[in-house]
Design a protein around this ligand. Structure first.
Ligand SMILES: NC(=O)c1ccc[n+]([C@@H]2O[C@H](COP(=O)([O-])OP(=O)(O)OC[C@H]3O[C@@H](n4cnc5c(N)ncnc54)[C@H](OP(=O)(O)O)[C@@H]3O)[C@@H](O)[C@H]2O)c1
Length: 254
């Protein structure tokens, strides 16, 4: 057993969707703990802004524009990672997209494809490349960010919930398949978290009041609530945990 801390010194960490929201805070926390951090997202402006922000805080980050559901772009990202570091210790599959959708039976095929592609296929593509690099090292840790909407049907979030439920099952399947490679695969499932992504749901006072009424702890999550669970599952403290999903929801699903 190592020391009782979350030290990440020298670990190579990839955080997908690290240019804002929860992913940015995970990336920053990893850098503060000593990790070499790589982030990706689609838009270069967001990546440039985050790179400046890290620098101002005295940290370095490598930022690469990559759409996680586009095979060639993911391939290029991992070619870079392989050449630059030759290994990957921790992957945080944080990218997720959700737009309010009609009832699932009324959703257009194109919208279905888009939501499933980014949330599920993208997570598969990145994980698949990551595993090949992790196998070259001493194994690794994968943490997927899912949602309580993967476990409890939520109006307007049906397709997103289906896709993220797929990510939960991917978590369990990979955990079993990769246990002998010393790769742990777990997930963190937040309830509503205060980010731009979820603003339509918490932005106005009456919706927020209605929402917090369903949460035993009486508040929605802050990004830091999610970061804590991710750091734990990424650390040596969680070496014997795999295939699990930790809900970070203030007791909503308890
Ligand atoms: N916020 C919540 O209430 C909440 C609740 C439960 C679960 N979650 C989950 O938590 C994760 C983070 O959510 P968030 O609220 O922090 O989201 P966010 O603020 O919208 O940030 C999403 C990040 O992902 C990037 N991204 C989006 N699509 C991408 C793609 N196809 N390829 C690469 N990068 C992409 C975005 O940058 P670009 O736009 O530049 O690509 C951005 O960096 C998601 O998986 C979400 O499902 C969030």
């Amino acid at each position: 057993m190592g020391e009782w801390n979350f030290d990440m010194t020298g670990k190579v960490v990839l955080v997908t969707g690290g240019s804002r929201g929860i992913g940015k805070d995970i990336a920053l926390a990893m850098a503060e703990l000593g990790a070499k951090v790589i982030i990706c997202s689609r838009k270069q402006e967001g990546l440039d802004e985050v790179t400046r922000e890290f620098k101002n805080k005295g940290h370095e980050v490598i930022a690469r524009a990559t759409h996680i559901a586009k095979s060639e772009q993911v391939g290029a990202l991992f070619q870079f990672l392989g050449e630059e570091y030759g290994r990957l210790d921790i992957l945080i599959n944080n990218v997720g997209m959700n737009i309010m959708t009609p009832a699932v039976a009324d959703v257009e095929e194109g919208l279905w494809d888009k939501i499933i592609e980014t949330n599920l296929k993208g997570t598969f593509l990145v994980s698949s490349h990551a595993v090949k690099l992790m196998r070259k090292g001493n194994g690794g840790k994968i943490v997927n960010i899912t949602t309580v909407a993967a476990r409890k049907a939520a109006m307007g979030m049906g397709v997103y919930g289906v896709a993220k439920a797929g990510v939960e099952m991917l978590t369990r399947v990979l955990a079993v398949e990769l246990a002998s490679d010393h790769i742990n695969v777990n997930a963190v499932a937040p309830g509503m978290v205060k980010t731009r992504f979820s603003k339509p749901f918490w932005g106005d006072e009456s919706t927020l009041k209605e929402l917090t009424g369903t949460i035993p702890m009486g508040r929605i999550a802050e990004k830091a609530d999610v970061v804590g669970a991710v750091l734990y599952l990424s650390s040596d403290l969680a070496d014997y945990i795999t295939g699990q999903v930790i809900s970070v929801d203030g007791g909503a699903l308890a």
